[in-house]
Design a protein around this ligand. Structure first.
Ligand code: DX5
Ligand code: ZN
Length: 217
């Protein structure tokens, strides 16, 4: 089996030492850096925005995977691309014109992702699956790091895997929220390709070792 793409979420990092945290990720087995953007409207929390993303990008040697938990993402996609995003995910629940949003992201040359909340059925993505590079399955309700993994996610991964296979698409499945060494194996067995991990990595005594552990789970 291919090794997973590991995308530590910088949301759980020490923001007062962001450069050191990014340098730690540069030296680690992390593949991408997951960047969580929250607007206080789509989700009940505010994280950080474009200047901080650019600051991360200035030191990062790994691609930035930007997760937009915001209303009207179309107004900000280009700014995040200019700030250094390699992939940009928008939320299904925030996009009445999802197909258009995906084309906008692709036209910039970024990988286009769609994130879905725990209650959103994966079948709703069937008609656009060929346009999606990454489906980000939320395994917690978006808005906060450090929450408990929702077990129903395994079922969703298997259902989504089937939709992707039936369509002959190349979409990658990303899992975001509550990922740790315990659930990683089962997620990969179900068909996940990318694991996002925030608290599990940054709150551990050896973040680099924890990343390596996830990579080789
Ligand atoms: C939740 C964010 C996640 C989160 C993951 O709204 O999208 O990326 O930071 O953090 P942990 O791994 O702590 O659940
Ligand atoms: Zn995220």
């Amino acid at each position: 089996m291919d090794k997973p793409i590991i995308a530590p979420s910088i949301l759980a990092a020490d923001f007062a030492n962001l450069q050191q945290e990014v340098e730690m990720l540069n030296e680690s087995d992390a593949d991408w850096i997951h960047v969580d953007i929250m607007d206080g409207i789509f989700v009940p929390n505010i994280s950080f925005g474009i200047p901080v993303t650019e600051a991360i990008s200035n030191h990062a040697k790994k691609p930035l995977d930007v997760h937009l938990m915001i209303e009207k993402p179309e107004n900000y996609v280009e700014a995040f691309y200019k700030a250094g995003a390699a992939s940009i995910s928008v939320h299904y629940e925030a996009c009445p014109h999802l197909h258009r949003n995906l084309q906008q992201i692709k036209d910039l040359g970024c990988k286009a992702g769609v994130a879905i909340n725990p209650h959103t059925n994966v079948q709703l993505l069937e008609d656009v699956i060929h346009d999606i590079d990454i489906v980000c399955l939320m395994s917690v309700n978006p808005g906060f790091g450090g929450q408990k993994f929702i077990e129903n996610t395994y079922v969703k991964v298997r259902q989504l895997k089937e939709i992707i296979a039936d369509a002959g698409a190349h979409t990658l499945i990303e899992i975001d929220g509550g990922v740790n060494q315990q659930n990683a194996r089962q997620l990969l067995d179900a068909g996940a390709n990318i694991l996002v991990a925030g608290s599990f990595v940054f709150k551990s005594s050896d973040p680099k070792g924890t990343i390596t552990g996830l990579k080789n789970v």
